[in-house]
Design a protein around this ligand. Sequence first.
Ligand code: V47
Length: 383
Amino acid sequence: MAQLTIQDATLKPIADKVLAGERLSFDDGLALFRSPDLLTVGWLANYVREKRHGGVTYYNVNRHINPTNVCVAHCKLCAFGRDPNAPGAYTFALEEVYQRAAQGVREGATEFHIVGGLHPDLSFDHFLEMIRGLKQRHPHVHLKAFTMVEVHYFARIAKLTIEETLRKMKEAGVDSCPGGGAEIFHPRVRKIICDHKVSGRMWLSIAKKAHRIGLRTNATMLYGHVETFEERVDHLVLLREAQDETHGFVAFIPLAFHPDNTALAHIPKPSGYDDLRCIAVSRLMLDNFDHIKAYWVMLTPSIAQIALRFGANDMDGTVVEEKIYHDAGAKTSEFTPRGELERLIRAAGRMPVERDTLYNPIDRSKLPPIIPATPPGLVSLGV
Ligand code: V47
């Protein structure tokens, strides 16, 4: 193993713990965030990443579908949600959802990632019908649908318990849930960035309930706005404790705040330095999470590629149509083809492995050939 030269002496006892495979404490997490010695923090995260996954880096072929951006929550952090009659508000008819899904399948998608706004007039039954319709049309595609925030809202409007809501989702065909809406669990932060959203405690409780009925979920952390390092570490430790209880989280995705067009537009975007630090500290603190994702849409493909040497072992998917980050000023593409994801991974000295949502490797030779995606707004040239 290569020698580690630690520049920041406060990291020495933490490095000893990491190399001995010991769990890091809250104070260790804080010291990792505070340290200017990003290379040591990254080296340690990469050590853990390679111990778990060697050089393997996962990606998937997926298709994001956001059925509506109409939302009653009005979170300050968000540029996606709209009032029903506001400019740019949309709600897809079920047929439009199915068209996007069918296009996704032609493009080789093995997963639909489905999240949307909290619509004041659409019933829970409407969304269950959408899921049933998708499952019936594409039984082999994994439906990763609805965040804990949506589950909470569905339970409220349908007057069901959280367990009943989750069971109905599962019966209709939901296979797992995405990790959005976690933001930062600490109530001080939630009061500022997403006052009307479920509390952090409730988000965790719903995720654990999902796990207990056999629905795996992802987890996220939105960083780079008003939160302190202590509040980031608190978030990570709460997730780690929940994972100790249920082992139901699949992957963790740190999400960089994008301020444009939000009510927090005065806050500067997190730097590349902070992006890499968040990936690395997450890898080190979340010792019971198998996978740390570098979501290229929000990090940019270049930073996501470097993150593969700072603790991340997954680049997320092809995506194709992305609204949440692009409404908030993301300059990245909405689509990265499978071949380009593989090229980026190889260029970082890693080995690309296409996976399904639950990280089983996919053998493309057993699937129908991919018809290349037409990114939104572009007309296919048929070549
Ligand atoms: O829940 C909203 C965040 C999330 C902004 O589970 C913002 O595999 C930054 O959860 N700036 C949606 N972030 C994205 C998400 C996700 C993405 C990729 C993979 C998975 C997965 C999940 O984006 C929201 C919220 O936390 N968000 N607005 C913003 N202005």
